[in-house]
Design a protein around this ligand. Structure first.
Ligand code: EPU
Length: 417
C-alpha cells in the first residue's frame, strides 16, 4: 500500500494551482440524474471520490465520459436501475446524494445506508425526513433505504440540524417536485450555492441558496447544461495552513478567495501576511506562527474540514491554542498521531488544548481520515527528519496531486511503497 514520505524543514515557495472542489463536484454529478440530456462539467478534480461517484452513476445506466483535463460529461438518457449498493456507498458517504434525484426522476430508489465513519456517527435522518415530508415512502430494509414516491410534492421543511449534503439532497429532489419547497435552516456552504448555479443552468428555479432559507419552485423537466465546478476551498485552506506552518511565500491560483475568510482570518492571527486577488491568494510567513484558538461551525464559521490542519499549525506555534470541534463528535483522531510526532495536545471532551512545541520530530504515523491525513502532511513538512504517513488512500479521496503540488513548492515529499 502506498505511503507518503515527508522530510521536514524546507519553506514552501512558488505557485500552486487549486483544483475543483470535491464537495461541489459530487452533488453536481448527481444533478445529471435529473435530466435525460447531457451535463457537461469542467474543473472536475481527479480524485478517488469522483471516480467512485462515476462508478455508482454508471451502474445505474448513466453514460459517463472519460475525464479529460477536468472535463467530464454525464448523460442519464435512461436510468435502468435506481440503486446504489453497499459496497460503493460504504466507501463514500456522499453517495447518499443520489437518493433525492433518483426519487424525483424515477419515483423509486434503493440506496444503501452509509453507516458510521471515522469522524462520527453521521446519520442521514434529515435527508429521509425531508423526502418523507415531500410525500416519499421510505422503508429501511436489510441496510437499505427503499424509497418510492409518485411525484414529490413541494412543502415547508425545517431541518433540525444544519446539514450540507442533507440540504443538497432535498434541493436536488425539489427541482422536479410539484409546487414550491421551502428549506429552512438550510446549509449556507458555497458548495450548496455552486450546486444551485448548476441546477439553475439546467432550468431549475431556486432562490436563496447561500442563505438559511432556500425556495425551490418545482418544474416539469430539466435540460442539460454546462457548468464549471467551483475551486476547492478546503484544498486552498490546506496549502495556506502548510505555508503558515513551514514558512515561505506561495501564490495559489484558480482559487475562490471569498470562500476562505474564516481560515485566512486565523492564519493572519497566526502571523501570516495574506493578499487576496480576484481568483488568487498570496501568503507569506517568515516567523514562527503564534498559536490560534478556534471553534468549528457551519459556514461562514470556521470549517470542520480545516480543523485538523490548524491543529498541526498550533502544534509548533508559540503559545497555547484551544480547538473546539462542534460538528462531528469524533474528529480528533489526528491528535493522537500528531502526539507521535511530539505535539503536546490534551483532549477534554470536544476541545483540544494544543501547547506549541519548538519542534516536531519525524515518525511513522497513520492517516485516519481525509483531513487528518492533510494535518499529518502539514506536520511532516515542519518536523525534523522523516515522517512516513501510512494509509494515504484517505488523501487520494480528496487532494488532487498533493505530493506533486508540494514538490513543486520545494517540499521533499514522495510516494513510496
Ligand atoms: N447530521 C444529522 N442528520 C443528518 C445529517 C447530518 O444529525 O441527516 C449531523 C451530522 O452527524 C453532523 C452534522 O449534522 O454532526 C453536519 O453534518 P453534514 O450533514 O453537514 O455533513 P455531510 O453533509 O455528511 C459535508 C462534507 C464534509 C464536511 C461536512 C461539514 C460533503 C460531501 N461532505 O458532509 O466533508 O465535513 O459537510 O461541513 O460535502 C471532507 O471533505 O473531508 C468532509 C468530511
Amino acid at each position: 500500500m502506498d505511503k507518503l514520505l515527508v522530510s521536514g524543514g524546507r519553506p514552501l515557495v512558488g505557485e500552486a494551482r487549486i483544483s475543483g472542489a470535491k464537495n461541489a463536484a459530487l452533488p453536481i454529478m448527481c444533478a445529471a440524474l435529473l435530466t435525460e440530456q447531457a451535463l457537461k462539467l469542467d474543473n472536475v478534480p481527479r480524485l478517488m471520490d469522483v471516480r467512485t461517484m462515476a462508478k455508482i452513476l454508471a451502474l445505474m445506466g448513466v453514460e459517463v465520459g472519460s475525464q479529460d483535463d477536468g472535463r467530464l460529461e454525464l448523460r442519464a438518457r435512461e436510468i435502468k436501475d435506481p440503486t446504489a449498493g453497499y459496497e460503493l456507498v460504504k466507501t463514500m458517504r456522499a453517495a447518499v446524494l443520489v437518493l433525492g434525484p433518483l426519487l424525483a426522476r424515477c419515483g423509486r430508489a434503493k440506496v444503501s445506508l452509509p453507516g458510521g465513519c471515522g469522524i462520527g456517527a453521521r446519520p442521514v435522518d434529515q435527508h429521509i425526513k425531508g423526502l418523507q415530508a415531500m410525500g416519499a415512502k421510505i422503508d429501511i430494509e436489510h441496510g437499505y433505504m427503499n424509497a418510492i414516491a409518485k411525484r414529490l410534492k413541494g412543502t415547508r421543511i425545517v431541518m433540525d440540524v444544519v446539514t450540507v449534503t442533507g440540504t443538497e439532497n432535498l434541493m436536488l429532489a425539489a427541482t422536479l417536485a410539484e409546487g414550491a419547497t421551502l428549506l429552512e435552516n438550510a446549509a449556507r456552504e458555497p458548495e450548496v450555492v455552486d450546486l444551485a448555479h448548476c441546477l439553475t443552468a439546467m432550468g431549475a428555479r431556486i432562490q436563496g441558496a447561500g442563505t438559511d432559507t432556500i425556495r425551490v419552485e418545482g418544474v416539469r423537466s430539466l435540460s442539460g447544461a454546462q457548468h464549471r465546478v467551483m475551486p476547492d476551498r478546503i484544498e486552498t485552506g490546506t496549502y495556506l495552513a502548510a505555508v503558515a506552518a513551514a514558512g515561505g511565500k506561495v501564490r495559489l491560483s484558480g482559487a475562490a478567495p471569498d470562500t476562505v475568510g474564516a481560515t485566512v482570518e486565523k492564519l493572519v492571527e497566526a502571523g501570516a501576511r495574506v493578499a487576496l486577488g480576484a481568483d488568487s491568494i498570496e501568503i507569506e510567513m517568515e516567523a514562527r506562527p503564534r498559536a490560534v484558538s478556534l471553534t468549528t461551525a457551519p459556514y461562514p464559521g470556521f470549517a470542520t474540514d480545516m480543523q485538523a490542519q490548524c491543529m498541526a499549525l498550533d502544534s509548533i506555534a508559540a503559545g497555547t491554542g484551544t480547538i473546539t470541534e462542534t460538528i462531528f463528535e469524533n474528529r480528533f483522531m489526528h491528535a493522537l498521531e500528531l502526539q507521535r510526532l511530539g505535539a503536546d495536545i490534551s483532549i477534554q471532551g470536544n476541545t483540544a488544548v494544543v501547547k506549541g512545541v519548538e519542534r516536531l520530530q519525524g515518525a511513522k504515523v497513520m492517516a485516519t481520515d481525509l483531513r487528518a491525513s492533510a494535518s499529518l502532511v502539514v506536520a511532516g513538512l515542519v518536523a525534523q527528519g522523516e515522517t512516513l504517513i501510512d494509509r494515504i488512500y484517505h488523501l487520494d479521496r480528496g487532494y488532487e496531486g498533493l505530493e506533486k503540488k508540494l514538490s513543486a513548492l520545494g517540499a521533499r515529499i514522495a510516494r513510496v511503497r
